[in-house]
Design a protein around this ligand. Structure first.
Ligand code: ZN
Length: 417
C-alpha cells in the first residue's frame, strides 16, 4: 500500500483533521505534502457533504444539504519541479470505499447515497419536473450496489473521483470570477442560480488563517463547476487505471482530489446524482515539462480512461430532440435534447411500476451512457441515453406481453417542503 499522505479520522469532521483540506479553489491554499515525480501515494477522501447525509429513510438532510461546505477536497499535493506550462500526469492506481470492515455512519462505509436536490437548494438537470428533495441509500456488496429505496435494480460500481484538479493561478481565478459573475448578473435572482459567487461562510482553505484567510476566502472559487484546471468534471470513466493530463498553472501544480463516487450515470443528472461516498484513492504523478504548449492542452484536461469499468453490452436506448415539453422548437439545443431523452426513459420506467423519482435516481446512479448523437440536423439536435438492460431484475425491453410489474416498494423518501 502506498504511503498515506492525507489521512482522515472517521470520528472527526473534515476541518478538525490532522491535515486540513479545502473546499474552495485558490492559489494560496498551502500544500499538505510535497511529492516527487514518479511517486505513488494514498489519499483518504471524505464524501462531499462531510457526513451530513445519513443512512436513513428521510430526505430532510438532502433538502437542507449545506451547499456552503462542499466539496471536501483532500490536498493540495505539491509536485516537485512542476512549473506553469507543464502537464501533470496523474494515474489513478486504485480507488475504493473507506477500507473498514464494519458499516458505519459515514457514506463509504458499506453504503452511499444519491439525492435529488430541491429546486431551492441546488436543483438539478430536470428540476422543472422534480422540484422536491428525494434520497436513495445504496448498499455495497463487494462491487455491487443495491437500494432498499429502488428495488429491482443492481449494478457493478464504476468507482471514480468526481473531482480532481490543479490549483488556478491568481490570473486564472480572476478570469473565472469575472466571467461567472457576468453570467450571474444577467439574471441575479434566478433559482437555482446561474453560477455561485465566492462565499467566505464555511470556506476552508487548508492551514490559511488570519488576514491571509480573509483575503483569499473573499475571492476563492466555489468547487461546483468543472473548469480549465479539471475540477468537478464528474466523468464516470475516470476509473481505476485512468491517466489524466492536467494543465499546471502554479509552481508545484497543487493537485487536489475528492467527491468519490461508487457509480454514476453520464451527466450526474440529479446533481447529487452519483452514488456519493468517502474512500481512498491511490495516485501516481509525473510531469511532462512544457507539455501544455507541446500538446495544446492549455485549457481543460485530457485523459486516457481506465479499462476496468463493468462491461455491459446490452442496452435499451431512448432518444430526445430539441423541442420542449410545451412544444417549443429550439435550435440545436443538445442540453434540451438530452433532457427529453432522460424524461423519455423515466416515463418508460414508470410503466413497470416505478415512481418517476425512482427512475430519475436510477438514471443518476447507474452506469447509463449519454450521447449527443446528432448536432447538425437543423433545427433539431438528437441526444440519446442508454440503459444497460442487465441491471434490471426483470425484462425491461418492450414485448407483446406488456411490461412486467416490479415491486417498487414504498419508494424513495421525499422531503416535506
Ligand atoms: Zn459527487
Amino acid at each position: 500500500m502506498p504511503e498515506v499522505l492525507f489521512p482522515l479520522d472517521s470520528n472527526r469532521k473534515f476541518r478538525d483533521q490532522e491535515k486540513i483540506g479545502h473546499n474552495r479553489w485558490h492559489p494560496d491554499v498551502p500544500p499538505v505534502a510535497t511529492v516527487r515525480p514518479g511517486q505513488s501515494f494514498r489519499v483518504h477522501c471524505r464524501e462531499w457533504f462531510d457526513g451530513e447525509i445519513h443512512n436513513d429513510d428521510s430526505a430532510q438532510d438532502v433538502r437542507d444539504a449545506p451547499l456552503s461546505i462542499v466539496h471536501a477536497l483532500s490536498g493540495p499535493f505539491a509536485v516537485q519541479g512542476a512549473e506553469p506550462g507543464d502537464l501533470l500526469v496523474v494515474d489513478i492506481l486504485d480507488v475504493g470505499p473507506i477500507p473498514q470492515e464494519d458499516s458505519g455512519p459515514l457514506a463509504g462505509q458499506g453504503w452511499g447515497y444519491t439525492g435529488i436536490f430541491a429546486r431551492e437548494n441546488g436543483g438539478g438537470f430536470l428540476t422543472d419536473y422534480f422540484p422536491d428533495a428525494y434520497k436513495a441509500i445504496w448498499d455495497f456488496t463487494g462491487q455491487r450496489a443495491t437500494s432498499r429505496h429502488v428495488p429491482g435494480v443492481s449494478f457493478t460500481g464504476m468507482i471514480h473521483p468526481g473531482l480532481m484538479g490543479t490549483a488556478p493561478s491568481a490570473e486564472l481565478l480572476a478570469k473565472w470570477n469575472a466571467r461567472e459573475g457576468a453570467l450571474r448578473a444577467t439574471d441575479p435572482d434566478r433559482v437555482p442560480p446561474l453560477s455561485l459567487p465566492p462565499l467566505p461562510q464555511d470556506a476552508l482553505l487548508g492551514s490559511l488563517s488570519g488576514g491571509d484567510f480573509e483575503r483569499a476566502a473573499a475571492e476563492a472559487a466555489r468547487t461546483a463547476p468543472p473548469r480549465e484546471n479539471g475540477g468537478n468534471q464528474d466523468i464516470k470513466n475516470l476509473t481505476k487505471g485512468s491517466r489524466v493530463f492536467y494543465p499546471v498553472y502554479v509552481p508545484g501544480a497543487n493537485l487536489s482530489v475528492g467527491d468519490l463516487h461508487f457509480s454514476q450515470g453520464d451527466g450526474e443528472i440529479t446533481f447529487c446524482g452519483a452514488i456519493e461516498m468517502g474512500g481512498f484513492v491511490d495516485l501516481h504523478v509525473d510531469l511532462i515539462k512544457g507539455g501544455m504548449s507541446t500538446y495544446g492542452v492549455t485549457e481543460n484536461a485530457i485523459f486516457l480512461p481506465g479499462n476496468t469499468a463493468p462491461q455491459y453490452c446490452r442496452w435499451l436506448a431512448f432518444s430526445g430532440i430539441s423541442v420542449s415539453t410545451d412544444g417549443e422548437q429550439r435550435y440545436l439545443d443538445s442540453t434540451l435534447a438530452y433532457q427529453r431523452a432522460c424524461l423519455h426513459a423515466i416515463d418508460y420506467l414508470t410503466r413497470f411500476g416505478y415512481q418517476p423519482e425512482q427512475a430519475y435516481l436510477i438514471l443518476g446512479a447507474a452506469p447509463i451512457e449519454g450521447r449527443f448523437s446528432g448536432v447538425v440536423d437543423i433545427p433539431n439536435s438528437c441526444a440519446t441515453v442508454y440503459l444497460p438492460t442487465e441491471i434490471f431484475d426483470f425484462d425491461v425491453r418492450p414485448s407483446t406481453g406488456g411490461p412486467a410489474r416490479v415491486d417498487a416498494g414504498p419508494g424513495a423518501p421525499r422531503a416535506a417542503n
